[in-house]
Design a protein around this ligand. Structure first.
Ligand SMILES: *[C@@H]1O[C@H](CO)[C@@H](O)[C@H](O)[C@H]1NC(C)=O
Ligand SMILES: *[C@@H]1O[C@H](CO)[C@@H](O)[C@H](O)[C@H]1NC(C)=O
Ligand SMILES: CC(=O)N[C@H]1CO[C@H](CO)[C@@H](O)[C@@H]1O
Length: 367
């Protein structure tokens, strides 16, 4: 019987989340970096990190660049789709209105952004997580003005939250000698600094109403093409991968601690490190043909956003793990999303099965 309830929760989740007692839909608020950006940086006039040139977006909608740093969908797009949640528009989209927010949520993710304010400084303009949270507070004020405090509070408590940052804090900060964090900290003290910052940020979000929140971990970022060219062998940077693994372990613990200490919080952590690592070593096993170079490439010139009109494209985009020097392709994102759903979904089902008075699983709508 309890198993049935669990299955029902998951089926309802997959079919869509709209069976609430009041009129507001369940929507998502997404905080992230270029892996989740859906267009914010296109509106930052001075940003050097923009996915605004062909061939970004070639497999999405009309095929024109849309601000996503990939050929198709992001991981958050795919997970949201499978949960039956609408895709939130970019916060900086000038057409954003209160009604659109109530219908679709908001995405604050910004290419180059990090958990730390100083991360990605070389890109000149990007929204760091603190800034994204500040903008979310502004969004709340707008919704409170429209719905009143009580309804707005309900709306924000029922919403889903995604926090997906961290790779820039390493790749575009700690691991780059031009940033002072790289000589101020060592591996351990930098991780502690990141975790203290993230703890404050996740607690702030709880204070703002976030109850059902997912934190995405990092993949094997030492294996992105841009990191491979740093070694003479072209192999993965094991030091960078080790940093990703320690970030994931520490974040997983932080999220689980916050989930049990913050009232009514269901905070979950999910990563796809192992699967992506396996795809990189055994691409054929997963139907990929290439796992070490970008599909969209500019030959030997290799800045982070190499995909420009003069770049050449691989023949079959679905067979490349990496789209550009930094970002996975649509098909790799699908694999990552499926792995995260498998991990997070199974946790929810198992926890429903033994549920005592614990909070509802994050993916199941509360009625
Ligand atoms: C970080 O950025 C936020 C938002 O932009 C700002 O309010 C805060 O003072 C900054 N913190 C530090 C330590 O610079
Ligand atoms: C937690 O949930 C209970 C029951 O819905 C509610 O009465 C209480 O105010 C909530 N507390 C917080 C801090 O959200
Ligand atoms: C069986 C199972 O997945 N249990 C998980 C339930 O949730 C807690 C944290 O909220 C995990 O620690 C358990 O592993």
């Amino acid at each position: 019987m309890k198993l049935m309830v669990g299955l029902f929760a998951i089926i309802v989740t997959l079919l869509g989340v709209s069976i609430d007692g009041y009129n507001c839909k369940v929507v998502q608020f997404i905080f992230g970096d270029s892996l989740s950006d859906v267009g914010n940086n296109q509106y930052l006039s001075k940003s050097l990190a923009k996915a605004s040139l062909p061939w970004y977006g070639i497999d999405f909608g009309n095929g024109l660049p849309n601000g996503r740093y990939t050929n198709g969908r992001t991981v958050a797009d795919i997970i949201g789709d499978k949960m039956g949640l609408p895709r939130p528009p970019a916060f900086l989209d000038p057409s954003l209105t209160e009604d659109m927010i109530l219908e679709n949520g908001v995405n604050y993710a910004s290419g180059g952004g990090g958990i730390l304010n100083e991360t990605g400084g070389l890109f000149i303009q990007r929204l760091c997580l603190n800034k994204q949270i500040e903008l979310f507070q502004g969004t709340q004020d707008m919704i409170v003005a429209k719905l009143g405090k009580t309804e707005a509070e309900k709306f924000f408590q029922e919403s889903r939250y995604v926090v997906a940052l961290g790779s820039n804090d390493f790749i575009n900060n700690y691991l780059m000698p031009v940033y002072s964090d790289s000589w101020t900290y060592n591996d351990q003290s930098f991780l502690t600094y990141l975790m203290e910052t993230l703890q404050t940020q996740l607690t702030t979000l709880h204070g703002l109403g976030a109850r059902k929140l997912m934190v995405f971990g990092l993949g094997p970022m030492g294996c992105i093409p841009l990191q491979r060219v740093l070694s003479t062998s072209g192999g993965c940077q094991e030091k960078t991968n080790k940093l990703a693994l320690s970030f994931n372990a520490a974040t997983s613990k932080l999220v689980s601690d916050l989930s049990s200490s913050l009232p009514n919080a269901t905070y979950q952590f999910g990563d796809a490190y192992d699967v992506v690592n396996d795809v990189i070593s055994n691409p054929e096993k997963y139907g990929f043909a290439n796992s070490d170079s970008p599909c969209c490439s500019f030959g030997r010139i290799r800045p982070a956003l190499t995909c420009v009109p003069a770049s050449s494209l691989c023949k079959d985009r679905s067979k490349y793990v990496f789209w550009d020097e930094y970002h996975p392709s649509d098909s790799a994102n699908e694999l990552i999303a499926n792995e995260m759903i498998r991990k997070l979904g199974f946790t929810a089902l198992n926890n429903v099965t033994n549920a005592g008075p614990s909070p509802a699983p994050a993916f199941a709508p509360s009625s």
